[in-house]
Design a protein around this ligand. Structure first.
Ligand code: ADP
Ligand code: MG
Length: 284
């Protein structure tokens, strides 16, 4: 047997052949994810890109356990997240909380994911208490500070905060339990471009400071280019291309990735080119 220190470092997160089909009311099945596999290193960052309906959210939800895969596994530090929990009530609850601490999720709309009745400080205190963590004022202030929120925001409810501030609070709540992985599903999509840039910089800082790994789901290639080292491109539930973000976005190998790039508005962009590129891709 090889000693741990002799082994090349194992990936932090391993998604292996994740597959999920939804049954539609008429009886038809739609394949939302088909054999989706990837790994993320400790403190690494993976972008998951693709058009609306390509299966990105389904994959994100399978990672955190909100959607149960039809087949395939998710493992963190070599532990299968679907492993059977203990039978006893208290041990079972502890097991679930421990799993929740491994991977935390941030959603697109913080006004939906945050409780409107709670001021920011209470929101964080409840998350900390649930996981048996230090709920002291010092810890809460440090968490708020980590996401760039101050004393004024600490006493505010979600509707008294801007969209960007709310998303900072949602990120602080996710970080409260020191997760190994943060999954962000279109987490900046609803924000103004300048606020998006601030949140992306914040996430990058947090990744460097805490070593949390990021899985960044986005339809926006520019966002993924800024924040991720690796990128995975999804189309109709399947991975068409994956690799280092610069390589995938600068010299895409798959026609669909080229189509996505051609469709993204930029300087000198002509919508007619994007329409033609799509017609060619659909015909292929
Ligand atoms: P994305 O996040 O890339 O927009 P989704 O994962 O949300 O993609 O959806 C992938 C496919 O699965 C789409 O065809 C979508 O309509 C379908 N789908 C997603 N969630 C459900 C659901 N709960 N029930 C039925 N179909 C769903
Ligand atoms: Mg989605």
């Amino acid at each position: 047997m090889t000693a741990i220190e002799d082994r090349p470092e194992a990936p932090l997160l391993v998604a292996d052949r994740l597959t999920k089909a939804y049954r539609l009311p008429g009886g038809d099945r739609v394949s939302a994810a088909d054999q989706v596999s990837f790994t993320v290193a400790r403190g690494g960052s993976l972008g998951v890109v693709g058009e609306s309906g390509s299966g990105k959210s389904t994959v994100a939800r399978m990672l955190v356990g909100l959607v149960r895969p039809d087949s395939g596994t998710v493992a963190v530090e070599g532990r299968d997240r679907a492993a059977r929990p203990p039978a006893l009530g208290r041990a079972r609850a502890a097991h679930r909380l421990a799993r929740a601490r491994e991977i935390q999720m941030v959603f697109q709309d913080p006004y939906v994911s945050l409780d409107p009745r709670l001021i920011a400080r209470q929101c964080l205190r409840i998350a900390l208490r649930l996981h048996g963590r230090d709920t002291g004022d010092g810890r809460i202030a440090a968490l708020l500070d980590q996401v760039g929120l101050g004393a004024r925001e600490a006493g505010a409810r979600p509707h008294e905060l801007s969209g960007g501030q709310c998303q900072r609070l949602a990120i602080a709540r996710a970080l409260a339990v020191d997760p190994r992985v943060l999954v962000l599903d279109e987490a900046v999509a609803a924000l103004d471009v300048s606020i998006q840039a601030q949140i992306l910089r914040l996430l990058d800082e947090i990744r460097r400071d805490t070593g949390v790994a990021l899985v960044f789901v986005s339809h926006d290639l520019a966002v993924v280019r800024h924040i991720t080292e690796e990128t995975l491109v999804m189309r109709r539930g399947t991975v068409v291309e994956q690799g280092p973000t610069g390589r995938v976005l600068d010299t895409p190998e798959h026609p669909y990735t080229r189509l996505l790039l051609a469709s993204a508005p930029r300087r000198g962009w002509d919508p007619a080119d994007a329409v033609r590129a799509r017609a060619r891709a659909e015909a292929a």
